[in-house]
Design a protein around this ligand. Sequence first.
Ligand SMILES: Cc1ncc(C[n+]2csc(CCOP(=O)(O)OP(=O)(O)O)c2C)c(N)n1
Ligand SMILES: [Mg+2]
Length: 753
Amino acid sequence: MVKEVDVLPKFVPGAIELGSIPKFSYARTLADEMAAGLAREQVLLMLERMETIRAFEEMIIDLKNGRFAPLGEFRFVGATHLSLGQEGVAVGSMSALRPDDYITSTHRGHGHSIAKGAYAIDAMGADEVCRFLGVCDLPENACRDAQRRHLHRTMCELLGKEDGYCRGRGGGMHIADFHVGHLGANAIVGGSMAIAVGAALSSHLLGNDRVTLCIAGDGAANNGICHEAYNMACMKQFEAGLPVIFLIENNQYGMTGQQVWEVTGVDYLARRGAGYNEANMHAEVVNGMDALAVRDAVARAADMCRGGEGPVLLECLTYRYMGHSLSDMRTTYRTKQEEEAWRAQDPIDRLRGQILEGGVASEAELDDLRERARRAIHEATLAAGKAHDPDPKSIYEGLFADTTSDDIAPDLATTKTYRRPARVKRDSEGQILYRHAVAEALMEEMLRDRRVVLYGEDVADYGGAFQVTRGLIDVFGRERVFDTAISEAAIVGSAAGAAMTGLRPVAEIMYIDFILMAMDQVGNQAAKVRYMFGGKAKVPMVVRTTVGGGKGYAGQHSQSLEAVVTMIPGLKVVAPWSAYDAKGLLKSAIRDDNPVIFIEHQLLYTEKGVVPEEEYTVPLGKAAVVRPGEDVTVATYSRSVGLALEAAGKAAQEDVQAEVIDLRTLIPLDVEAVVRSVRKTGRLVLVTQAPLTGSYPQHVAYMVQANAWEALKAPIAVVAAHDVPPPMAQTLEMENLPSAEKIARAILTTAAQ
Ligand SMILES: Cc1ncc(C[n+]2csc(CCOP(=O)(O)OP(=O)(O)O)c2C)c(N)n1
Ligand SMILES: [Mg+2]
């Protein structure tokens, strides 16, 4: 397939028209809204939810200061990023969403979570409510009980209790509730923005009509990921536009950095919409102190998204009454006068005033409503304070999902193809190239499951920098095989978001060196979402990437950075050597319900191996003995396995029999396989292309001495690169890389000890 659009030279003089971005265009009254269908109960519910959020945040202040008498001396531990003053954004936006829409939120997200959950519970059927309450029969006041439980579970999470939404693994900065489409608050500023794009990608490809509301702060809007996420959401190849609303909750400050005048050059962050598509991302500036204005803007944005006109950028201006956290002395960077001016715009007072003015409810009724909200928070807090703490023995619970996509619903197994997939021809010995083995795995898994999509830089028409994915677009079309911009963070982050919402993406990072561009998304997001959110999320994604070395590409294209990912709990890491394993392991990785970093070696792409045509997989977490031996164990992975085999041949000439183990999967490490071998040989040589310090084999060495100390007859040797960046000059590069000679020397030295 060659792209449908030619890029022709057109040097016509003129000007780029940017159009205008509306601000504060909402001019309706409450009476107008009610005349247009907003019911009295809905208005009162909005006010009650804003009051609930305020009471919740005020309770945190009391808890922090030890002033909540019923819990005695109880002291709140953890972050205190309060959203007092911002309640209009939380309730206005959530009231405009469908209950099954997704949201992503921020470290200041208690309000978003309370509002999203509350509206989703309103819409729950009897079965769901029972499930939520953990009962078999629907109680008389089921909805009220469910709303109470929602507040209880929210407060439990802030207090680090087992009953919290994330079992106390996340706390207030990382609340998530997947049952109600809350994909997680994020304590990395901007961290959710690509995740939201991924969720929107899921809706787009699965055709489920769900919108993702991505809430991010004014500070986040200046982070690199914001640019990548905006751009990815606007890519023109998504003809129907991704259904994501970026809601910039501009409370005027990052931590203390002031958006206007100090840390940006613009008055309004909505202006940024002009940089991403010709519709200016339908950007507008909204009064965030007016819940009805926010509700109106989000409702229109959601309609646009569902109508194929996403994404939308909304900047809601609001104010954070308290400091960044309760320990912030806010008067060092802002005046009392400014604070008072914003408090005079209070969102609760505004809606309350409109309700009274319109005669929708009496003052006494509204006082009652406020009291009810406070009581609800009081009760939720009291119960949460007494709730169970997580059992220390449960520390590993929720780290990895133990499931795979082995059972696929028939509709997901039906994939649309545009051309008959061609099988790779075997040579007379049944061999194919490693590159083709990888491609075959991708082809088979994409045929097996329509949720598997493939994207990254240059993977579509061109077939990837190493020609691995060539031809896949012809079979599956641009909807399942597509190029992204050079946006490593958005590639990985969107894959995480897509994986959390029903797709099984395979994302490509051309060289592992570039994974450092995406490390927040790899390490803080993809790796964390399951555990941090209480073990609820499944993140079935694969990041395929490559290592090189030996090609004179030097410091930024030849590193072996596997230890950068093996050190982060929550990721599986695979580094196959043989073509057989490359195919079988990649198939397993795609079927696994966890994020897998799959490291291919560029120098192996053109090596051949026997790969049967029949279906097979190779399980993750199992090492293989590729050459038996009695005297020394050599354990390694990826291309170094081949070098180790060559070295073992050389050592055999000296009468030393080395047993070579291909670790295949680095995380989880097959400790048993290595220990079993070392118990036999008493000696261990480890090999890596990475610099020694902090390298993955150092971990293997630790595990072996911890588990088989008594069996060791010699110190463990590690053949590694020097602690320098990979150099270009061939003399230096060869000095740096492991070779069969160096490994053979290490085997013989170890055997002689
Ligand atoms: C990537 C990153 N950098 C810095 C921080 C420290 N930090 C936490 S919140 C915050 C301010 C964020 O500002 P904004 O996005 O406007 O959100 P707000 O706090 O105003 O709600 C900072 C700097 C962080 N958590 N993550
Ligand atoms: Mg801010």
